[in-house]
Design a protein around this ligand. Structure first.
Ligand SMILES: [Zn+2]
Length: 139
C-alpha cells in the first residue's frame, strides 16, 4: 500500500493517459495490481515521446502501463513491472533519477536508453532478450 501511495504522483500522470486512451476507444484493465492500457490514442501518444525517434512500444508511469497494443503489453509485462517496482521505491524521485541516469550515460559516451541504470535492471530481470526488448520498447 505504501508503494502505491509513494508512486501515486506518477500514477496520476499515467491515469491521464489512461483516460485519454479510454475516451478514444482504448482498453483499460487491471493485471496483478497494475493498470494496463492499450488502444485508442495510446499508440499516437507513445509515438510522440521526445528523444525516441521511433517512439516507445510501452511506458510505465507509476502503476499504469501504457502500451501500443495488447501484444506489447504481454511481451513487455515483466520489463515494465520492474519499472513499477522502481517507482514504488523512488516514488516522485524516479523520473528525475531516470533522466539523470540517461543524461549521465549520454555525457559519458554511452547509449542514454540501454545504458540507463533503470533500463539495465529491467532488462536484466526480464527474460526477454535485450536486443529484442529494446527494439520492441522503442518500436
Ligand atoms: Zn524500460
Amino acid at each position: 500500500m505504501i508503494g502505491y501511495l509513494w508512486a501515486s504522483p506518477n500514477t496520476l500522470v499515467g491515469l491521464l493517459g489512461a483516460l485519454a486512451a479510454y475516451a478514444t476507444g482504448g482498453r483499460v484493465r487491471v493485471v496483478a495490481g497494475v493498470l494496463e492500457v492499450e488502444g485508442g490514442i495510446t499508440a499516437r501518444m507513445l509515438a510522440a515521446i521526445p528523444f525516441l525517434p521511433l517512439g516507445a512500444a510501452a511506458i510505465t508511469l507509476g502503476h499504469v502501463v501504457l502500451a501500443q497494443s495488447k501484444m506489447f503489453s504481454a511481451m513487455l509485462r515483466v520489463h515494465e513491472r520492474v519499472h513499477v517496482s522502481q517507482y514504488e521505491i523512488l516514488g516522485p524521485f524516479f523520473l528525475p533519477a531516470y533522466c539523470a541516469s540517461s543524461l549521465w550515460a549520454y555525457t559519458t559516451g554511452r547509449d542514454p536508453y540501454r545504458d540507463n541504470v533503470f533500463e539495465r535492471e529491467a532488462f536484466n530481470e526480464s527474460d526477454v532478450l535485450m536486443f529484442a526488448d529494446t527494439i520492441a520498447e522503442r518500436w
